[in-house]
Design a protein around this ligand. Structure first.
Ligand code: NAG
Ligand code: NAG
Ligand code: NAG
Length: 302
C-alpha cells in the first residue's frame, strides 16, 4: 500500500508539472487496433447471419459471453491481507462459451501464465501477472483487482492468471494479431483485465439483491424464485445461480449475454441462462453473512 501511495504521489506531481497533452505518457496504451472493424458489418455475437470474416471484431467462436461472480464468506489468506470487499460480490471471470453452450479452454500455449492449470497443460513458473500490470504503469487496475477479484486458498494473482490463460486465450478479440504490429507483450492481458472489470460493473449483484430486500443473513433464508425474480427485474434475463450443500447455500452467479462489437468495448445484451441452477427450487436458500475478519471496507479512499 505504501508503494501504491508513493506511486500515486509521483503521478500527481508528474501530472501537475507537465502540460495536459503529455500527462498521460506515463501510462502505455493497451488498445488493440480495431480500425479494420469499421468496414465490417456489426452484429451481436452468435446472431450473425453471414460469416464473421474478421474475428478481432466480434468474439467468434465463443460469442455467448458469461460474466461470472462469487459469493464466499472467507478467503483462507486473511492473515496476508487477502479479504473480501464489503458490499460486493467478487469477480470470477469473463468466459467465451460457444453459441451452443460448449466451450474451449487454454487455447494458446504461448500465453499460458496459470501456475496451476488443468491436467495436460504445463504449469507456469515465471513472474506473476501482477508484474505485467505494473509494466504498464496500471497501479489503478492492480488496486481495483486486489479489492474485487479475490481468490480462495491461494494468492489473487494466480487466479487472475488462470482466468486469462484458460478463457481469454479462447476469446478471439484478445488474439495477439488484433493488436497489430505495435503489439507490446502482455498488452492483451491488461486489456482483458480492464474488459472483465467493465463487464463486472454492469452487474452489481450485491446491490441488485439488496434493492429487492435480499441481504446476507445467518438468520433468514430466501427462495430461489425470490432471488431469480429480483435479478431478472433489473437485468431483463435469468442468470445462472450456483449453490453448494445440496442446493441450499448461494455461492455463484453467471450472467449470460451476446455482445455487439468486441468483448472489450461492445454493448452487452443480457440473456437467460442456458445452464440449470444448482440451487434447490424447494428448499430454503442461505445467503450467508461473511466472517467479519474476512471482509473489509473498500469503497472509501485509504
Ligand atoms: C457466424 O460467423 C461464424 C464465423 O465466421 C461462422 O462460423 C458462422 O457460420 C456464422 N453464422 C452464420 C449463421 O452464418
Ligand atoms: C446432502 O444430502 C445428503 C442426503 O440428505 C446428505 O447425506 C449429505 O450430507 C448432504 N451434503 C451436504 C454437503 O450437505
Ligand atoms: C455466517 O455463517 C457462515 C456459514 O456458517 C459463516 O462462515 C460466517 O462466519 C457467519 N457470519 C457471521 C457474521 O456470523
Amino acid at each position: 500500500m505504501q508503494s501504491t501511495l508513493s506511486f500515486l504521489a509521483l503521478l500527481v506531481s508528474a501530472v501537475s508539472a507537465v502540460p495536459d497533452t503529455r500527462s498521460f505518457s506515463l501510462v502505455a496504451d493497451t488498445f488493440p487496433d480495431f480500425s479494420a472493424c469499421l468496414s465490417q458489418p456489426s452484429v451481436y455475437s452468435c446472431e450473425n447471419t453471414t460469416q464473421i470474416a474478421n474475428t478481432c471484431c466480434s468474439p467468434t467462436p465463443g460469442g455467448l459471453v458469461l460474466q461470472t461472480q462469487f459469493w464466499s464468506t472467507w478467503t483462507g489468506l486473511e492473515k496476508q491481507g487477502q479479504r473480501l470487499p464489503k458490499g460486493s460480490w467478487t469477480i470470477h471471470g469473463l468466459w467465451p462459451d460457444n453459441c451452443d453452450g460448449s466451450f474451449a479452454q487454454y487455447c494458446d500455449a504461448s500465453r499460458q501464465y496459470d501456475p496451476a492449470p488443468a491436467a495436460g497443460v504445463t504449469p507456469y513458473t515465471g513472474p506473476g501477472v501482477d508484474s505485467f500490470i505494473l509494466e504498464f504503469g496500471r497501479v489503478d487496475l492492480l488496486d481495483y483487482m486486489s479489492k474485487y477479484w479475490i481468490n480462495q486458498g491461494a494468492p489473487n494473482k494466480d487466479f487472475w492468471a488462470h482466468e486469462f490463460s484458460k478463457h481469454a486465450t479462447c476469446t478471439s478479440t484478445f488474439d495477439v494479431a488484433c493488436y497489430g504490429s505495435s503489439y507490446k507483450e502482455h498488452q492483451d492481458v491488461i486489456n482483458f483485465f480492464d474488459a472483465v472489470i467493465r463487464a463486472f460493473h454492469q452487474y452489481p449483484t450485491y446491490d441488485l439483491l439488496a434493492a429487492g430486500g435480499i441481504v446476507p443473513s445467518n438468520k433468514t433464508t430466501y427462495s430461489l424464485s425470490q432471488i431469480q425474480n429480483t435479478l431478472k427485474a433489473q437485468t431483463a434475463a435469468l442468470p445462472y445461480l450456483g449453490c453448494t450443500h445440496n442446493g441450499t447455500v448461494l455461492t455463484e452467479v453467471w450472467y449470460f449475454s451476446h455482445v455487439y462489437g468486441t468483448e472489450q468495448y461492445g454493448t452487452y445484451k443480457t440473456l437467460d441462462t442456458t445452464t440449470a441452477s444448482t440451487c434447490s427450487s424447494t428448499l430454503p436458500i442461505w445467503y450467508y453473512e461473511r466472517t467479519p475478519a474476512s471482509e473489509h471496507e473498500v469503497r472509501t479512499l485509504p
